[in-house]
Ligand binder design. Structure first.
Ligand code: SF4
Length: 214
């Protein structure tokens, strides 16, 4: 299966299906994990680092995760990191990053679908409104963050624990109710068996012992 995931990533890196998107395609490495993090789209900096959440939002995201036992390096080694769109959409005329179009989202979803076939994730963590909307009917963040859902996604039954987007420009998670709902969501992650398995495996990494990622 890992060879299929490596082939998938190679094909994904070569994707040029969206003419308005700015490359390079940003992918994660071939981690066979049951934990699937779904971000929104890379920003202008991720391409040069060649990995998702490599800039300021990532610092906040990994700070959240470190409060519940997993540092950045361990998370990148143990979870699979994806995004609704894998290329930087460019800037909007308003100054922020352009929101991908429905057509771009649909086109890029074929890569997510393939990853679900290969990985069959048990815990999905959508980060931000655009990612959460790929899992559920549109709903306010207050109705999604702070709860755990069991749904079928791309033909795969999985638990979903949504998180807000950790962008520095967002105030949603800095004041209530978002602040309390974020704490609740992180607490749900710590109780999930797949998160607990990551905790055990991160300890094994530190002790140079054998991992169990399947
Ligand atoms: S956004 Fe996705 S589908 Fe579009 S070019 Fe990038 S990788 Fe391909």
């Amino acid at each position: 299966m890992i060879s299929q995931l490596k082939t998938h990533l190679q094909e994904l890196k070569e994707c040029r299906n969206c003419p308005e998107m700015i490359g390079p395609v940003v992918t994660h490495t071939a981690v066979m994990s049951k934990v699937y993090l779904l971000g929104q789209a890379p920003g202008p900096h991720e391409g040069k680092f060649g990995k998702p959440f490599a800039w300021t939002a990532g610092k906040t995201l990994f700070r959240w995760f470190s409060t519940i036992g997993i540092d950045e390096e361990s998370f990148r080694n143990l979870a699979y990191m994806a995004a609704v769109c894998r290329c930087f959409p460019g800037k909007a005329s308003s100054g922020g990053d352009r929101v991908p179009t429905p057509a771009e989202i649909k086109t890029c979803a074929s890569w997510i679908e393939r990853e679900f076939q290969l990985l069959k994730p048990k815990l999905v963590i959508p980060v931000g409104k655009l990612a959460i909307e790929q899992c559920f009917e549109s709903a306010p963040l207050v109705d999604r963050v702070g709860q755990q859902f069991t749904i079928e996604l791309y033909g795969n039954k999985c638990d979903v624990i949504p998180l807000p987007h950790p962008s520095g420009a967002s105030t949603w998670f800095k004041r209530d109710p978002g602040k309390s709902l974020l704490v609740e969501a992180l607490s749900l992650l710590t109780k999930h068996p797949e998160w607990q398995r990551m905790l055990i495996n991160s300890q094994l990494i530190r002790n140079n012992q054998r991992l169990d990622l399947t």
